[in-house]
Design a protein around this ligand. Structure first.
Ligand SMILES: *Cc1c(COP(=O)(O)O)cnc(C)c1O
Length: 404
């Protein structure tokens, strides 16, 4: 059992706490599911990009799926070898492409023909051959929240099958491009297997038709998206997930690349916040806490649910909105949540906060971002200090002084 009171006292709130042993178990479970096949788990760094978290996965042999050059730098800094790093993302800038090519990462996932032309041009300038993969949009409804659904043509992600095929043919004929992989990622927090299997089938068929054109791809990159339990969702077992994918790859000798983010970190994380006040507006009960949407935006952004643990607090429960101090009506961490009466300084623990939590944080309302703490083998250690006022204004201060 994690002693949240001790952690809150030691590190203060709002605070993120991550159970590194839990992350290890998730990583092992997924790795195990793909055993018997060549596979790379490439941790999706954006889910939780704290350097200590990335290093933890690096030490387990993880690769990295990155969506900016900043994330590529994080991965490299943490000891993930370049040959296990993938650069994805729907709009890469020239300087990012150049640095990724110079770093000799495994490949760049392309999301449009126009992007392929930029990559080709930059590779020519550098006089190297760029390893590439195309993100195919299989036009599959992933049946998840629209904001995290990416596999339909109406989303900005990937290219349709015919365009993908044309891109591969062009890439094969280019001296500066080497097609090595194929990629899809139909959405996040997937809890149904059928859309994944269908997408894999469509993409595997494309691989076969490319191979008939003598375009032989090595990497079958299935993206991430494996869902986790926040409330009472039925989730997909890693083994079934792997089987669904592998069953589409008969007679294809390819290395599977899987890019899990949420699956590895979400349920490893806790967001600790303290009660400031209780308040009643007519019939409506509010519990004001020191954490806010700038710390944990998932409830506001996706109507996400986080289980709230009130620890040893007892008493009759009534419904309340748990809200932060930020000046936005959208600043809530939970709506209509059954809670006992709370007092000043009571601790609330938001569960499943290890993915897309801290990383989506901001300094809105000049609030410093939370500290982050790792728990490993029963010991706690700080892995990011709380942001101070000086940290927040660091990039502005000089301009104020220059104008005096
Ligand atoms: C965000 C993302 C992932 C990780 O998604 P999860 O749902 O966190 O597993 C993997 N691949 C790509 C390309 C992504 O954009």
């Amino acid at each position: 059992m994690i002693d949240f009171h001790v952690l809150a006292k030691e590190y203060s709130t709002p605070l993120y706490v991550y159970d590194f042993n839990y992350m290890s178990r998730q990583f092992e479970a997924l790795k195990e599911a793909f055993k018997g096949r060549k596979s790379i788990l490439a941790y999706a760094v954006k889910a939780n990009s704290n350097l200590s978290v990335v290093k933890h996965f690096a030490q387990m042999g993880s690769g990295a799926d990155c969506v900016s050059i900043g994330e590529v730098r994080r991965a490299l800094m943490c000891g993930i070898p370049a040959y296990r790093i993938i650069f994805s993302g729907v709009g890469k800038q020239d300087h990012e492409i150049r640095e990724a090519l110079e770093s000799d990462i495994l490949y760049i996932n392309l999301e449009s023909d126009a992007e392929m032309q930029r990559v080709e041009m930059i590779a020519r300038e550098l006089n190297i051959t760029a390893r590439i993969s195309v993100r195919v949009n299989p036009n599959i409804d992933a049946k998840t929240h629209p904001y995290i659904s990416t596999g339909l043509h109406s989303s900005k992600f990937g290219v349709d099958l015919n365009s993908a095929k044309r891109m591969y043919i062009r890439a094969k004929n280019s001296q500066y491009l080497e097609p090595v992989g194929i990629h899809f990622h139909i959405g996040s927090q997937l809890t149904e297997l059928d859309p994944i299997r269908e997408a894999a089938e469509i993409v595997a068929d494309l691989v076969r038709s490319l191979s008939a054109l003598k375009i032989n791809l090595k990497f079958f990159d299935v993206g991430g998206g494996l869902g986790v339990r926040y409330k009472n969702e039925t989730t997909i077992e890693p083994y079934e997930y792997a089987q669904a994918i592998l069953s589409t790859l008969t007679a294809l000798d390819m290395t599977i690349i899987c890019e899990p983010g949420r699956f590895l970190t979400a349920n490893a994380g806790y967001f600790l916040t303290k009660v400031l006040y209780e308040k009643q507006n007519g019939d409506k009960r509010f519990v004001m806490v020191d954490g806010a949407m700038n710390d944990l935006i998932r409830p506001s952004l996706y109507e996400a649910y986080h289980h709230v643990n009130t620890l040893d607090k007892e008493g009759e429960k009534t419904l309340a909105d748990i809200v932060g101090p930020v000046c936005e009506s959208g600043d809530f961490l939970a709506k209509d949540y059954a809670l006992p009466m709370m007092q000043h300084n009571d601790l609330l623990v938001f569960e499943s906060a290890g993915a897309y939590g801290f990383g989506m944080g901001s300094n809105y309302n000049t609030r410093g971002r939370s500290a982050e703490v790792a728990l490993e083998d029963g010991k706690a250690r700080l892995i990011r200090r709380r942001e101070s006022f000086d940290d927040i204004i660091a990039n502005e201060r000089e301009f104020l002084e220059a104008n005096e």
